[in-house]
Design a protein around this ligand. Structure first.
Ligand SMILES: Nc1ncnc2c1ncn2[C@@H]1O[C@H](COP(=O)(O)OP(=O)(O)OP(=O)(O)O)[C@@H](O)[C@H]1O
Ligand SMILES: [Mg+2]
Length: 311
């Protein structure tokens, strides 16, 4: 929830994702990796999801696209253009209206030339022209289309994945760490493309651990910690620590180079050792016993936060 009146493109409410695992072959355990997560993207918005490694960012992307592994259970509501997504509906939209720029370049088929993959085997003149334009935009030579994935560098493969996503006429792009391996200019190009795409009235969910990058292009930032959004804030709130709401977001802010590079001790808890109540409790300078209760999400100044002491 926020103060934005624009229409929702994506709305995720109360998403939980857990894995069924067997310990020592017998005891079945449920590992809850995402819990009670809310995130939204409105028309014209680029929303960045930032969080540490293992916080559940890729699982969020896979949950939206309906491509979670079989030992995974998801609950909650995911709506696209105000329509609740069913497994059948997401299959129709996936790769067309909702596209993924995957985190791993292994999503490319090793046995097919990358040009054919980007075009989805279509041979029409207009499709070929669009593919060539995208390759030029991302600094790939025309002949790259004739290569197999193993012949590409990591950066080239990532630019191929970006081209593949942009080939369609999507309404929502979910980009999962799209920039590692790219040199600065290519990364900035990709971000510019996402920004222009959102400005046309579409939506982008940009998943990244690079908060500086997110602050440059996003309208709103959703901060992930141990499987949930602890804060959703307009990007302008990051100009000063005083306008941020959650102690973890404030710690991220202090760790930015322009704010003194101050490290924050401790680590995100492992899914098997989740503390009671607030997942940030054990690291939080404001911790009290009340933080061991369930922490509801509250709306403060056009943003959301899960902290009982937020103001
Ligand atoms: N197939 C699986 N079985 C069990 N646990 C899994 C599986 N896939 C992911 N996890 C766990 O779920 C958690 C979230 O994983 P996820 O890949 O979404 O993290 P992430 O935020 O994308 O991390 P990164 O920044 O490294 O990409 C991790 O603790 C991971 O170990
Ligand atoms: Mg990931």
């Amino acid at each position: 929830m926020s103060c934005i009146d624009d229409k929702h493109i994506l709305q995720i409410e109360n998403l939980s994702v857990s894995f069924t695992q067997y310990e020592q072959g017998l005891r079945q355990i449920d590992l809850k990796v995402i819990h009670n997560l809310n995130v939204s993207v409105h028309e014209g918005e680029l929303v960045a999801v930032v969080g540490a490694s293992g916080s559940g960012k890729s699982l969020l992307a896979h949950a939206i696209l309906g491509i979670l592994p079989p030992n995974c259970n998801a609950s909650g509501n995911i709506s696209f253009d105000d329509e609740l997504l069913s497994p059948v509906r997401i299959r129709q939209l996936r790769g067309k209206k909702i596209v993924l720029v995957p985190q791993s370049v292994t999503y490319l088929d090793p046995l097919e030339k990358v040009g054919d993959q980007v075009r989805k085997e279509r041979k029409d003149e207009s499709v070929l022209k669009k593919q060539e334009e995208l390759f030029t935009f991302y600094g790939l030579q025309k002949k790259t289309g004739d290569l197999y994935p193993f012949e590409l560098s990591g950066g080239m493969a990532r630019r191929v994945l970006l081209s593949a996503a942009m080939m369609e006429s999507p309404r929502l792009i979910i980009a999962d760490e799209p920039t590692p391996g790219l040199h600065l200019e290519a990364a900035k190009n990709a971000m510019r493309h996402f920004r222009e795409f959102a400005d046309k009235g579409n939506g982008v969910l940009l998943i990244t651990h690079d908060i500086e990058l997110a602050l440059e292009v996003a309208d709103r930032i959703a901060v992930f910690y141990a499987g949930t959004t602890v804060e959703e804030a307009p990007v302008a709130d990051f100009q000063s620590m005083a306008t941020l709401r959650h102690p973890y977001t404030k710690a991220l802010w202090r760790a930015l180079p322009q704010n003194g590079f101050q490290p924050f001790p401790g680590n995100q808890p492992y899914v098997k050792d989740m503390p009671k109540g607030c997942p940030f409790g054990p690291r939080c300078p404001q911790f009290t016993l009340e933080c061991e209760e369930d922490v509801p999400e509250q709306v403060i100044r056009c943003g959301t936060v899960r902290c009982i002491y937020a103001e």
